[in-house]
Design a protein. Structure first.
Ligand code: NAD
Ligand code: IPM
Ligand code: MN
Length: 359
């Protein structure tokens, strides 16, 4: 099988973890006799430096013509003082919008061997396995241009959702629940926000179409608490853009590190983009110690969702579990024993495991 994959390494640790994902995909390609063609393009701070914009038009065009897109991370202190429209993060929001990537799937599953690496008690996280379905192209991040008024003494951010925007993400979440344990938790702030009231009405209206799925509504503040006190009560969580952003970083604590959390950003049809949930980690960029597993597991999601290569995706996931089970971990995991490795060593362990399997 021949596939064209666009790589958007971005900034900070983005290029370091992207290099890892590419090596793992090369190993998968040789093992299964596929041809993956990789083309790199600029996004984020590096694109500001090279092209004067965080999202060059050629990057958007290349992504639209690809079979799938992998993104590392964007942002960093070098670009933090730029005006809003030039910030690296605007490039990320822009590509999500340009590709209509309304559904961000963030699976969160603790690894047996790493249960003790979480600051949470092992008995609390044991058995937790959830999927956050985050709306990705609406809400506060995409309001009518945010601005300062009254000589800087007032600010405006707007939160807009249309019925159809909510309906499509809610449908996606119900369908995801049908493929899992058939329980959907819709997270909102319906006791205060008008957008959340509409959100809740739509979830209630949609549930008749999915009678096999049980549904509950939880307010976002309580959801934040329940996520770390009793995470195994969740199967699929569906929520709006910013709540999903915050809750998914919180949920990463179940896995021991933000460096373990992959994600898939999907459109109704059209190209999908796969990105770790973490950022560019400026505090460790360039040190060669970043955890590549969130990016590598995002590549597995790409094989599954965009390229329909389920066996190949499973092999990457099996390799990750096997290497973790052998006690290997990067420095971000607070592990008591085992062997601490750097980004390259972790990548090579995964690659060698894949190459040792029969094709
Ligand atoms: P961050 O996710 O970059 O880092 C938070 C903490 O987690 C840091 O201590 C970092 O070292 C650690 N961490 C994250 N990923 C890791 C990995 N793979 N391995 C080891 N440790 C890891 O969040 P931040 O520090 O708040 O943001 C830094 C920059 O990244 C900002 O410019 C922000 O806007 C940007 N950001 C980008 C994305 C993205 O591109 N998708 C996501 C979040 C933040
Ligand atoms: C993420 C990030 C982004 C978001 C930022 C960098 C715009 O935090 O992918 O989770 O909030 O969506
Ligand atoms: Mn985030």
């Amino acid at each position: 099988m021949q596939k064209k994959i666009i790589l958007l390494p971005g900034d900070g640790i983005g290029p370091e973890v992207m290099d890892a994902a590419k090596k793992v995909l090369d190993a998968i390609a040789s093992q299964f006799n596929h041809t993956f063609t990789f083309l790199s393009h600029d996004i984020g701070g590096v694109a500001v430096d090279n092209h004067g914009t965080p999202l060059p038009e050629e990057t958007v065009i290349a992504c639209k013509q690809a079979d799938a897109v992998l993104l590392g991370a964007v942002g960093g202190p070098k670009w933090d003082q730029l005006p809003s429209h030039l910030r690296p993060e605007k490039g990320l929001l822009g590509i999500r919008k340009a590709l209509d990537l309304f559904a961000n799937l963030r699976p969160v599953k603790g690894f047996e061997k790493l249960l003790h690496a979480s600051p949470l008690k092992e008995e609390v996280i044991n058995g937790s396995d959830l999927l956050i379905v985050r709306e990705l192209t609406g809400g506060l991040y995409f309001g009518t241009p945010s601005e300062r008024r009254d000589n800087g003494n007032a600010v405006v951010d707007t939160l807009t959702y249309t019925k159809s925007e909510i309906e499509r993400i809610v449908d996606k979440a119900f369908q995801s629940a049908q493929l899992r344990s058939k329980h959907l938790t819709s997270v909102d702030k319906a006791n205060v926000l008008e957008s959340s009231k509409l959100w809740r009405e739509i979830v209630e209206a949609k549930k008749v179409d999915y009678p096999d799925v049980t549904v509950e509504h939880v307010l976002v503040d309580a959801a934040a608490m329940k996520l770390i006190t009793n995470p195994s009560q969740f199967d699929v969580i569906v929520t709006e853009n910013m709540f999903g952003d915050i809750l998914s970083d919180e949920a990463s604590v179940l896995t021991g590190s933000l460096g373990m959390l992959p994600s898939a950003s999907l459109a109704a049809d059209g190209v999908g983009l796969y990105e770790p949930a973490h950022g560019s980690a400026p505090d460790i960029a360039g040190l060669g110690i970043a955890n590549p597993l969130a990016m590598v597991l995002s590549a597995a999601l790409m094989l599954r969702h965009s390229l329909q290569l389920e066996d190949e995706a499973k092999l990457i996931e099996k390799a990750v579990v096997a290497i973790i089970d052998q006690g290997y971990h990067t420095a971000d995991l607070q592990v008591l024993d085992g062997q601490k490795v750097n980004t390259t060593e972790m990548t090579n362990l995964i690659v060698d495991y894949i190459k040792a399997q029969k094709g």
